[in-house]
Design a protein around this ligand. Sequence first.
Ligand code: FAD
Length: 384
Amino acid sequence: MKNSAEIVIIGGGISGCATAYYLAKMGCTGVVVLEKEYIASGATGRCGAGVRSQWGLELNCKLTKMSIDMFEELDEETDYDGDTEFKQSGYLMLASTEKEVEQFKKNVELQNRLGIKSELLTPAEALKIVPFLNTDFVMAASFHQKDGHLNPFYVTDAYMKAARRLGVEFYTYTTVKDIKVEKGKVVGVVTDKGEIATNKVLNAAGGWAKEIGAMAGVELPLTPERREILVTEPLEALLDPMVISTSLNFYCQQVPHGSFIMGRGNPHEKEGLNQASSWDFLVNMSQTITKVLPILSQVRVVKQFAGLYMMSPDAAPIYGSVPAVDGLYLAVGFSGHGFMVGPMTGLLMAQHILGKDNEMVFSLDKLDLGRFERGELICEPSVV
Ligand SMILES: Cc1cc2nc3c(=O)[nH]c(=O)nc-3n(C[C@H](O)[C@H](O)[C@H](O)COP(=O)(O)OP(=O)(O)OC[C@H]3O[C@@H](n4cnc5c(N)ncnc54)[C@H](O)[C@@H]3O)c2cc1C
């Protein structure tokens, strides 16, 4: 292992790998990525990999729209030897309460104003997109064709391979144990395989980002929380869009090789690093999905797993520098939608770390760590 680096990135998920790629693309040499397990072993490899620009805040609409544009170009951008499987067949978002219907109206108006061609649908119109949808629970829906989902392993692999070709070194099964800080400045990283002297460290450690912050003496306002997900046997192509509902608490998609992938949150989930699967999830998920998409009632579940959401106080990412520790950078707290902003995370963090903030197409100012002290929280109404 190298004993010095220009920049050390902690975490080999989409955030770390995309940032490594853009740093190298911008000409930075001496970038090292440290990953305690394998690439995409964290939330990235366990997620639904859904991407949507149907949000209720301008900031989230813009960030995700730009990321979707980048996902469209990802295979070419990274000269990938495979296919990142971007299935752009839309997100059908269901509204099941009056409050949601009102929110969807506002969301669609905002999205249209920002050039996102989403539409508000009646239950009958939603049925044209998903003919086996049980509309008993649907008061309205919104749909945007350019939303969709990708294969999270291939996406991360594409960034990693492109970064590696540009000189980035990846050390897997290498755990960061400590961050050395002297006189308020990062001077190195201690791992279980040795030390690396560096003045710049990016914390892209997903569900473990709070622990990484603590290593540098920084208390980050983050809480890890388990989210469970399951995979069915493959079936013929039945479902085009990602179907999702906040109030019914589920998302469901069919991936290109035929399996359905679905997940839901547990309102009673305790904070922590537990990634075990539970029987309760299997029961609740099955009951929910067979209610809304009854066609799935006889389908066999072949796999179940869990990953970590890293929640920030306002469910929005925390990007940028840490004022108290010179050389420490953050791309953390994605709260359940870090995959879909991955390309922009990589681009913006690379620009920020290299001092190119004036070249950014999207300002990180509102998403900095300081917003919590300033009381300037970003409260997105359409988080699942
Ligand atoms: C079930 C589930 C479904 C989801 N669905 C979606 C979705 O549909 N769309 C969406 O946009 N987002 C979704 N998300 C959220 C998304 O997965 C995450 O926000 C995103 O993947 C975060 O990426 P990351 O690279 O920041 O973190 P991660 O992918 O978690 O990567 C962090 C890495 O850091 C490594 N690490 C941690 N500590 C150390 C250490 N001490 N030393 C070295 N390495 C370390 C970990 O092993 C890990 O690989 C979902 C999440 C879950 C759990």
